[in-house]
Structures are given as structure tokens and as C-alpha cells.
Design a protein around this ligand. Structure first.
Ligand code: QAP
Ligand code: CO
Length: 163
């Protein structure tokens, strides 16, 4: 198991759009395991490959209290089923350490993804999974939670990071 370096805001590499995974091999499995290890060590609940400077559509997550439910999502996609229903959650991000903000996102979504073997799955997520998967898919698109806050807050963060 290898501890990976996590890119932090405003590193421009966090803006890279990730490519679809087509090959489900041992190196993909290795990367997902190293990402989970890195996420647990950093006390995170979710980590996108983009955050460790690997620009492929891979996300790991563990939303359990006991930290014994590792989840891996390859090529995840979200379909917004309803535009009226939203969910607000105080989010954090391993790439923006120490910063937490209330962010509003669609609540009624359908999630499809592939597992580490390439098998297709879909579900209608609830609660924290709804929030976290959208946060992590944003990373794959080069988007960050700071993009949802005011320009003033974002500029303050950038200044703080430069110190
Ligand atoms: C994304 O974020 C998320 O600032 C995952 O000092 C978080 O795991 C989605 C973390 C909340 C939805 C809700 C952040 C750890 C972890 C920090 C994380 C920190 C230490 C963030
Ligand atoms: Co994040």
C-alpha cells in the first residue's frame, strides 16, 4: 500500500478533466487500493483520482461510521431526476483543507457506475451518498467546491494558500 500525495487548491492540475476508464486491470485495482489507503490516512470520506494527479474517472469513498465499507466507483454518472428538490450539506474537501461550506445540490438523482471489474451498476442514492458522489464527480470535471462559494471567499482562500 502506498500513500499518495493529495493536490491542494489552487493547484491548476485540479482543473484537469478526467478520461473514461476502458481497461480494468491490476494497475486500476492497485490505484483504487492506494487511494482508499490515502483517504483513510487523511480521515476523508471520499477521494477522486484527480486529487492524486491521476486524471481518470475513478472515485473511492467510505461513508460508514466504522470505516469498514470501502466503495469504488469507475466511470460514475449522475442523472438529475428532478430540478426542484435540493439538499444542503456542510461539505469539506481533502484538496481544500480546513475549509467547510454549506453547498446546495440536487437531491433526486440516479447514479450509474462500473465496479473495479467493469460490471455495470445503478442506484437511486439517498443522504450523504447523494452529496458525496456529486462532489467527487465534480473533481473529475475539474470542478471544486470553492467554485460554489462567493468570489470573495474564494479569493481569501487563494491568498491563505499562497502563504
Ligand atoms: C467530500 O471530503 C465531501 O478540511 C469528501 O482538514 C465531504 O473527505 C462530500 C477532510 C463532505 C460531502 C460532504 C477535510 C479532512 C476531508 C478537511 C472529505 C480536513 C480533513 C474531506
Ligand atoms: Co473534494
Amino acid at each position: 500500500m502506498k500513500l499518495l500525495d493529495i493536490l491542494t487548491y489552487p493547484d491548476p492540475r485540479l482543473r484537469t478533466v478526467a478520461k473514461k476508464v476502458n481497461v480494468f486491470d491490476k494497475s486500476l485495482k492497485n490505484l483504487s487500493e492506494n487511494m482508499l489507503y490515502t483517504m483513510y490516512e487523511a480521515e476523508g470520506i471520499g477521494l477522486a483520482a484527480s486529487q492524486v494527479d491521476v486524471h481518470i474517472r475513478l472515485i473511492v469513498m467510505d461513508l460508514s461510521e466504522s470505516k469498514d465499507n470501502p466503495m469504488v466507483f469507475v466511470n460514475p454518472e449522475v442523472e438529475i431526476l428532478e430540478n426542484k428538490s435540493h439538499l444542503s450539506y456542510r461539505e469539506g474537501c481533502l484538496s481544500v483543507p480546513g475549509f467547510y461550506e454549506e453547498i446546495t445540490r440536487p437531491d433526486k438523482i440516479k447514479l450509474t457506475w462500473q465496479d473495479i471489474e467493469g460490471n455495470q451498476h445503478s442506484t437511486y442514492p439517498e443522504g450523504l451518498l447523494t452529496v458525496c458522489i456529486q462532489h467527487e464527480i465534480d473533481h473529475l470535471e475539474g470542478k471544486l467546491m470553492v467554485d460554489y462559494v462567493s468570489r470573495l471567499k474564494r479569493e481569501r482562500l487563494k491568498k491563505k494558500a499562497a502563504k
